[in-house]
Ligand binder design. Structure first.
Ligand SMILES: Cc1cc2nc3c(=O)[nH]c(=O)nc-3n(C[C@H](O)[C@H](O)[C@H](O)COP(=O)(O)OP(=O)(O)OC[C@H]3O[C@@H](n4cnc5c(N)ncnc54)[C@H](O)[C@@H]3O)c2cc1C
Length: 342
């Protein structure tokens, strides 16, 4: 079957929830067996924990790579699966899963995308990363109406007045980037120094000294104002002096916490916030739904990337029977069969 995508409707063989390393490699294993995949991830980029939490850290236990940075591994996986032309819905959280009378699955995301698939593979890691929200009165009223917890599309901020808050790498990196396209950027931070990379912090201090951005240290955002859309941000400093800034957007960047989220409500066997699977093929208690990588559990489970890769290979052999019920998967080495693209 071909993966097709219209405005909001995707049809594919395998819908993979989670584009972390394990979900990505599953595309390769499925592709070798001529099954097409569509990946959905709540984050705006692929790579799961590796790209979100530790992109520049070296990993030492990937077979064949004595040392590889997390981001380089993700880049390599993307190159490896490219021949199989996977589809992607990024920045979309899977909220609902239904099964049709002919045993297909329909997945619904929070952005209105619908994906129909014969097999669902949950490679959701620790679950959805949800933003840590600061305590600001009226914050929820402006969510999606000027308050964004992730930068999904930087172009949104071109020529606009943007306030960022936070003291880590994301706050520093986005301040530096948005300073090049926004009308005005203000960074508000509770502390005097930053937790993020010293190089980035120095660049931010330099932009503030040059007057390119406004840097408000030892300050917190205390309230928001606007009529249907954010218009003002009130910042209060250590001495309790409040000032009102004009703002089209506020981007609070206080990190992300993982939550199993909607997956917990799909009738799947769960133990300690992880999905119970059969170790023969990493299937769940629902026929046609598999769980691989950090999200599953079984006796002896190790939350390691290489274990997730192995799980993906066995899952693909088993998933084949749902996609091609009249055929048997033929096991062939890639050295013999090559990688036959779609
Ligand atoms: C600091 C650190 C260092 C590490 N070092 C190593 C190491 O050296 N070696 C090693 O093997 N492992 C290491 N790990 C562990 C490794 O990162 C994980 O085992 C690996 O990320 C698991 O991959 P995954 O694809 O299963 O899940 P993840 O990488 O967690 O990706 C899951 C993805 O699913 C998405 N998702 C979840 N629910 C939904 C939903 N409902 N809708 C849409 N998207 C959803 C999430 O947004 C996420 O992007 C480390 C982890 C950390 C935090």
């Amino acid at each position: 079957m071909k993966t097709t995508r219209t405005e909001e409707f995707v049809t594919t063989d395998i819908a993979i929830i989670g584009a972390g390393p394990v979900g990505l490699f599953a595309v390769f294993e499925a592709g070798l067996l001529k099954m097409r995949c569509h990946l959905i991830d709540a984050l705006p980029q692929v790579g799961g924990q590796l790209s979100e939490i530790y992109p520049q850290k070296p990993i030492y236990d990937i077979p064949g790579f004595p040392s590889i940075t997390a981001q380089a591994l993700i880049d390599g996986l993307m190159e490896q699966i490219e021949p199989f032309k996977p589809g992607f819905s990024l920045g979309e959280r899977v909220d609902r899963l239904q099964q049709t009378s002919d045993k297909r699955f329909i997945i619904h995301t929070n952005e209105g995308t619908t994906i129909q698939a014969k097999v669902v593979v949950i490679a959701g890691g620790l679950g959805c990363f949800e933003p840590r929200k600061p305590e600001i009165s009226g914050l929820d009223l402006f969510e999606g109406k000027g308050v964004n917890y992730m930068v999904k599309n930087p172009e949104l901020y071109r020529g606009r007045k943007v306030v960022l808050s936070g003291g880590g790498d994301s706050a520093l990196d986005w301040t530096l980037f948005l300073a090049t396209i926004a009308e005005r950027v203000t960074l508000v931070h509770r502390g005097e120094t930053f937790r993020g990379h010293p190089d980035s912090a120095e660049k931010v201090f330099q932009l503030a000294r040059q007057g390119t951005i406004d840097l408000l240290l030892q300050s917190q955002i205390t309230s928001l104002g606007g009529n249907g859309h954010l218009q003002t941000v009130t910042v209060t400093d250590k001495q309790k002096n409040a000032s009102v800034l004009e703002a089209d957007y506020l981007i609070p960047l206080f990190g992300l916490t993982p939550k199993l989220g909607p997956i917990a409500n799909w009738g799947l066997g769960i133990d300690n916030s992880a999905l119970l699977v059969n170790v023969h093929d990493y299937s769940t208690n629902v026929d046609g739904i598999y769980a691989i990588g950090d999200i599953n559990t079984y006796p002896g489970k190790l939350k390691l990337i290489l274990c997730g890769f192995h799980e993906g290979a066995l899952m693909a052999q088993s998933a084949f029977k749902h996609v091609y019920p009249d055929q048997k998967p033929s096991f062939k080495y890639t050295t013999v069969n090559g990688v036959n693209a779609f």
